[in-house]
Design a protein around this ligand. Structure first.
Ligand code: PLP
Length: 391
């Protein structure tokens, strides 16, 4: 038998972030004292009232197919969220509930991009974007940014990269992996270029609620009617409600795009899990009092880790104001990001993700979605490692 793998699938690289996480978990299971800085999920548990709503749904027999694009109840709750948090008006027919924010991104790209299209992706980027673009048959065009600009794309850089083939710009603020948050002014200037050139924006706002200091999240769709018409917002419940395992994401888009995404979903996954959708309604419409507590805790860790990293020889770290990641530059230490992370794991039992996975080989990603005690222990070990390298 010839197990030929289809061209689009064969060109994919498996997710390195998931691989590192798996390796760290395996070492832990073998009894090794590993500190994991690789996590892409909050270390908090899903708030109880959300779990209760799903349990109640199960008890009441809410276990059958729902509409493929999600229940009307949940789409209405999402519409309410956009109105309240972002001043954006969407009708439920513009909203599709999917099996996680990742699935929402995938569907949005599948619905809008095809062979011959170019998709602009500022680097450092979330690992999955270029691979999704390739799966759609389109071409990812990476726009590098560095810590000198706080890892932010400038409108000039964007304008220069646009060609007649450009179809979509992928924006992610707050960012995974850098933690960068665009100011409203920066975001508007980028949105203006897209509007002027007739380019769609896929705005991944999954870390919206996790911002610190003076940072403020604003949706690029909210600047004008024209920005709204050019934007697909992808989002999800994983990060702000610690619901990574529930697999509920959502998107809001102009009607023709939402309709196309609905059709794709109706022929692929069908509806996201029925009772998880009930939990999602409780998350969006219920009490939000966990958030200030989580944000305060994340912020403490962020401040601590920033200070520690910037005190290490040869390392510099941008004071990122969002998500739960820091993206220190290790370029002066003379190792590639993969060598750095493999040796850090081997020699000091600390798992971090090489920046090369995100298109930046001179950096590594540190997730502070872990306890303060773990953070301190992992940073102590990393400091020993770095001091040895810098000698
Ligand atoms: N977008 C970004 C930038 C992310 O970091 C993640 C998760 O790590 C997702 C989307 C997808 O999240 P999920 O599919 O778990 O909802």
């Amino acid at each position: 038998m010839n197990y030929r793998i289809a061209k689009n699938a064969a060109s994919l690289s498996p997710s390195l972030t998931l691989a590192i996480d798996a390796k760290a978990k395996q070492l832990k299971a073998e009894g090794q004292d590993v500190v994991g800085f690789g996590a892409g999920e909050p270390d908090f548990d899903t708030p109880q009232h959300i779990k209760d709503a799903a349990v109640q749904a199960l008890a009441e027999g809410f276990t059958k197919y729902t509409p493929s694009s999600g229940t009307l109840e949940l789409r209405q709750a999402v519409a309410e969220k956009f109105q309240k948090d972002n001043g954006l008006t969407y009708s439920p027919s513009q909203i599709v509930i999917s099996c996680g924010g990742k699935h929402s991104c995938f569907n949005a790209i599948m619905a809008t991009c095809q062979e011959g299209d170019e998709v602009l992706i500022p680097a450092p980027y979330w690992v999955s974007y270029p691979e999704m673009v390739k799966l759609a048959g389109a071409t990812p065009v990476v726009l590098p940014t560095t810590d000198a600009t706080g890892f932010k794309l400038t409108p000039e850089q964007l304008a220069e990269a646009i060609t007649p083939k450009t179809r979509l710009l992928i924006l992610n603020s707050p960012s995974n992996p850098t933690g960068a948050v665009y100011t409203p002014e920066e975001l508007k200037a980028i949105g203006d270029v897209c509007v002027e050139k007739g380019i769609l924006i896929m705005s991944d706002e999954i870390y919206e609620k996790l911002v610190y200091d003076d940072a403020r999240h604003v949706s690029v769709a909210s600047f004008s009617e024209a920005h709204y018409r050019h934007t697909i917002i992808v989002h999800g419940l994983a990060k702000a409600y610690a619901m990574t395992g529930w697999r509920i994401g959502f998107m809001a888009a102009p009607e023709p795009i939402a309709k196309a995404v609905g059709a794709i979903q109706s022929h692929s996954t069908s509806n996201p899990t029925s009772f998880a959708q009930k939990g999602a309604v409780a998350a969006l419409l219920g009490p939000q009092d966990h958030l200030p507590r989580w944000i305060e805790e994340f912020n403490k860790r962020r401040t601590y880790a920033l200070e520690r990293l910037n005190a290490m020889p040869g390392i510099s770290c941008v004071p990122a104001k969002g998500a739960f990641y820091l993206f220190p530059n290790i370029g002066k230490l003379g190792l590639s990001s993969t060598e750095f992370c493999s040796r850090l794991l081997e020699e000091e039992k600390v798992a971090a993700v090489p920046g090369v996975a995100f298109g930046a080989d001179d950096c590594i990603r540190i997730s502070y979605a872990t306890s303060m005690a773990n953070l301190a222990k992992g940073l102590d070990r990393m400091e020993q490692f770095v001091r040895r390298l810098a000698r």
